[in-house]
Design a protein around this ligand. Structure first.
Ligand SMILES: CSCC[C@H](NC=O)C(=O)O
Ligand SMILES: [Zn+2]
Ligand SMILES: [Zn+2]
Length: 373
């Protein structure tokens, strides 16, 4: 039992012996890092979105691997792949005995898919978060079907808006004026006309990517009690995703004026209203970007920097001053997050581990910033 050679040694014993080799001797313990420098935060969320099981080729929680190597599961792209890739890359680097000036932290947070309000939004306000001293963060991005890799340096601001219209009720057989439905229809038309304008702007400019324009969808209509009763109130809910260069105050005034123009008794409320869009600079003035893009270049990876159309926990990190990049190392992969048959090829997954084993040393070795010296 005790005389086994190294190849047979119990992994717990190996880990114990590795730990013993780190010279954490007081009064100058070598904790393996330069604790005066800010750290690298590798963030991932553990929750996934629901499934329509009957629309899947395989049980979405079985992680079935087909004969070609595609792994089918909810979370295969969003974002259980990345959680394990971080862990595997860090494990490899530790196994090879690497140490870097900056500490690498990993966070596995809940509730991203429902807005992060009980997750990252709270966490960034906690002393435990401050204690991590994060200087830079990596978080999720999206797959890219081409050879290139997409990297997200900002996100659109989610604004969930419910417009409520009130008007004259009455019998369904009559020509009633000033009804809730008629006024709601006007607001819906104004907002959908704006949607069309943004869509055309996106279509007509090949340099613009989806995240650079504002999108909106009508996602809910509520109201009414019976065919022959004109209701006194009706509402429409919209999912706006506001581009980061939009003047948010002016945009809110625009919403106000669409409602006003529809008539009396039309109001709106927010279900979600993000007011702190931030952009992580993607030029060499940002040393984190310089290290990230240089490491990618060294691996011959083509990067496509974009604004994320949706919202992730990166917005909370950026809002408290931690520059963040959204990066899911999945090229040649269709974007299947939240979709039926979400899947990832095992070779793409494994390459992602390799990519992180190159990225992490580069990021964790960024020299002291002017603010850190
Ligand atoms: C705006 S809170 C919801 C966050 C959600 N994130 C991922 O899909 C999204 O709808 O973008
Ligand atoms: Zn996600
Ligand atoms: Zn998601």
């Amino acid at each position: 039992m005790t005389s086994k050679g190294p190849e047979e040694e119990h992994p717990s014993v190996t880990l114990f012996r590795q730990y013993l080799r780190i010279r954490t001797v007081q009064p100058k313990p070598d904790y393996g890092t330069n604790p005066t420098l800010s750290s690298i935060l590798l963030n991932s969320h553990t929750d996934v979105v629901p499934v329509f099981k009957e629309c899947w080729s395989h049980d979405p929680f079985e992680a079935f691997k087909d004969s070609e190597g595609y792994i089918y599961a909810r979370g295969a792209q969003d974002m259980k792949c990345i959680s394990i890739q971080y862990l595997e890359a860090v494990r490899m680097l530790k196994m090879e005995g690497h140490q870097f000036p900056r500490t690498i932290h990993m966070t596995f947070v809940p509730d991203e898919e429902v807005g992060g309000h009980q997750g990252m939004e709270l966490f960034v306000q906690r002393p435990e978060f401050q204690a991590l001293r994060a200087g830079f963060a990596l978080d999720e991005g999206l797959a890219n079907p081409t050879d290139a890799f997409t990297v997200f340096y900002s996100e659109r601001s989610p604004w969930w808006v419910r417009v409520t219209s009130t008007g004259k009720p009455g019998h369904g057989s009559r020509f009633i004026e000033d009804t809730a439905a008629e006024k709601l229809h006007k607001v819906v038309s104004s907002i959908l006309a704006f949607r069309e304008k943004e869509w055309q702007r996106l279509q007509s400019n090949p340099h613009l990517k989806e995240g650079a324009v504002t999108s909106v969808n009508l996602t809910k209509l509520e109201g009414g009690v019976a065919y022959n009763v004109v209701p006194a109130t009706m509402s429409a809910s919209f999912d706006f995703r506001v581009a980061p260069d939009v003047d948010l105050k002016a945009f809110e005034e625009q919403l106000q004026s669409w409602c006003q123009a529809a008539g009396e008794g039309v109001t709106f409320e927010f279900g979600q209203k993000w007011m702190q869009p931030q952009v992580t600079p993607t030029d060499d003035s940002n040393p984190w970007w310089a290290a990230f893009s240089r490491a990618c270049k060294d691996m011959n990876l083509t990067l496509e920097p974009e604004i994320l159309p949706a919202a992730t926990d990166s917005r909370y990190l950026r809002a408290v001053g931690v520059p963040a990049l959204g990066f899911s190392p999945m090229n040649r992969t269709p974007v299947l997050l939240h979709d039926h048959d979400e899947r990832l090829h095992e070779a793409v997954f494994l390459r992602g581990v390799d990519i992180y084993t190159r990225l992490l040393p580069a990021l964790a070795s960024v020299p002291a910033l002017p603010s850190e010296s």
